[in-house]
Design a protein around this ligand. Structure first.
Ligand SMILES: Cc1cc2nc3c(=O)[nH]c(=O)nc-3n(C[C@H](O)[C@H](O)[C@H](O)COP(=O)(O)OP(=O)(O)OC[C@H]3O[C@@H](n4cnc5c(N)ncnc54)[C@H](O)[C@@H]3O)c2cc1C
Length: 467
């Protein structure tokens, strides 16, 4: 093998790849990052960030429709949809440019093009099918991410049947939408478009929306979305779609052979994602691929010596913070940093930024019970929290799950205002292996939404103060 020019080469500049590059440089490793599109990956350009910009607009829109409750009146408030989308794109662009700055600051060599593994630590970079360079490294990290999955017969066409990409940059607000899939991505789009005024129907094959969340939280979410006029069909599948000139008629199987046609302007396909494992030369290595994802061990190493994989390409949960954390674990381990710990899956928070927000960490009540544990469950409604009442946002619930014998915090599940910010209190507690005793010693500032954390903990042990 030719002498390695780099210690580490990373394929893909998303939150997995670019974080790996920064950490590698911090550890003094000679590092190159190959990116074929935009730095920041799906997360900054087509995922986490632009959706949150849109959802902020939806939140403002909702507030504008409830000004009266706060003593305001306003006439002629109108929305310029093109500006809404332009703002979201500007936010994404700014963050992607921020990553380029970080690469310069950390003296990472950024190579523009599509990287492909040649085996033995060598990679080739191509642009528009033409080879533009070759490099070698002692360690190669694949961080090529993932893309939207299609459904047989319901392939995205970019015009009438959208993936998240088209859903982020609509030319105008569709009057009606069918969203297939009620995971975080589908539900965030349902919430955004409904708030902006579209008629929204959601079809989910599983028995409940946000199926990875605690059952009680998904039931609460369904109730509030239906109250807002979102039509939800669970245990239902889309049998077929027929495209018109500017609309789509879908036949929804509601179960038990009941077929219901629905005609909408646009369809959003949000049925999950699949890893970008093709065309990257994996066949030149001993790395294995299972169900569209690269198989790795706890240190993110593949079956090929010196080859690692991180982020969405190694499978669920498909989350940016999981990708970034894997990046740090992977780079520190390959660099021989002492005390590195593998990522603990039950400490990865999951957030859905719909209205009201949903967030969780750790085991659901059902999973904790299925483990054969004696569990204690606490609940606290936002409507008993002073700050929530002052804000005028009382819808929601926090639910905590503890080990009944040791008091260890096993999981926390929230639906309500700022749930995606509050969850980090539980993430810290859980990562530090906290028990109910320590949580009960914590003093939560009053009046804040964070008091729901303390109260829900107290409730699990029959000591809630405000219910
Ligand atoms: C609509 C939407 C909303 C989301 N919201 C959230 C959220 O709120 N919170 C959250 O945590 N997660 C969210 N996600 C998921 C999040 O975007 C991903 O988990 C995250 O981007 C994964 O990071 P990654 O680095 O593994 O891959 P990616 O971000 O996909 O980056 C991979 C990069 O690799 C590049 N690449 C691929 N192949 C090659 C190659 N051969 N050579 C060179 N470059 C290559 C790609 O161009 C891309 O830039 C959302 C996703 C979507 C679609």
């Amino acid at each position: 093998m030719a002498a390695a020019e780099y210690d580490v080469i990373i394929l893909g500049g998303g939150p997995g790849g670019y974080v790996a590059a920064i950490r590698a440089r911090q550890l003094g490793l000679r590092t190159a990052l190959v990116e074929r599109e935009q730095l920041g990956g799906i997360c900054l350009n087509w995922g986490c960030i632009p959706t949150k910009a849109l959802l902020r607009t939806a939140e403002i829109n909702d507030l504008l429709h409830h000004l009266d409750a706060h003593g305001f009146s306003a006439d002629n408030v109108r929305v310029d949809f093109a500006k809404v989308v332009a703002r979201s794109r500007a936010v994404a662009k700014r963050l992607s440019a921020g990553v380029r700055h970080l690469m310069r600051k950390n003296t990472v060599d950024v190579i523009d093009g599509h990287g492909r593994l040649l085996g033995g630590g060598r990679i080739v970079v191509e642009k528009a099918g033409t080879v533009v360079g070759e490099s070698a490294a002692a360690h190669v990290i694949v961080a090529t991410g993932a893309r939207a999955r299609g459904l047989p017969g319901i392939e995205p066409d970019g015009a009438l049947i959208w993936t998240y990409k088209e859903a982020l940059v609509p030319e105008r607000l569709p009057q009606s939408l069918l969203i297939i899939g009620a995971g975080a991505i589908g539900i965030e789009f349902a919430s955004f478009y409904r708030d902006m005024g579209s008629e929204v129907t959601v079809v989910e094959a599983l028995p409940r929306i946000l199926p990875a969340e605690d059952e009680e939280i998904s039931a609460a979410a369904r109730k509030t979305f239906e109250k807002r006029g979102i039509r939800i069909h669970t245990k239902a599948t889309v049998q077929s779609v027929e495209k018109g000139r500017d609309d789509v008629t879908a036949v929804v199987d509601l179960g038990g052979g009941v077929l219901s046609p629905v005609t909408v302007e646009r369809v959003i396909l949000a049925v999950g994602i699949t890893g970008n494992v093709e065309g990257i030369g994996l066949e030149a290595t001993r790395a294995e691929v299972e169900q569209g994802h690269i198989v790795v061990n706890e240190w993110l190493a593949t079956g090929e010596p010196g080859l690692y994989a991180i982020g969405d390409v190694v499978g669920p949960p498909w989350l940016a913070h999981k990708a970034s954390h894997e990046a740090v674990v992977c780079v520190e381990h390959l660099a021989g940093v002492s005390g590195v710990r593998p990522l603990e899956p039950t400490n990865i928070p999951a957030c859905t930024y719909c209205r009201p927000q949903v967030a969780s960490v750790g085991l659901t009540e059902a999973a904790a019970r299925a483990n054969g544990r004696e569990v204690r469950v606490g609940r606290f409604p936002y409507q008993a929290n002073g700050k929530a009442i002052a804000l005028g946002e009382t819808e929601g619930l926090v639910k905590t799950v503890f080990d009944g014998s040791t008091g260890a915090l096993l999981g926390a599940h929230l639906i309500g205002p700022d749930a995606t910010e509050l969850i980090h209190g539980f993430v810290i507690a859980k990562t530090l292996e906290t028990t109910e005793a320590e949580l009960m010693h914590c003093i939560f500032p009053h009046p804040t939404l964070s008091e729901v954390i303390g109260e829900s903990t107290l409730d699990a042990f029959g000591r809630a103060l405000h219910i």
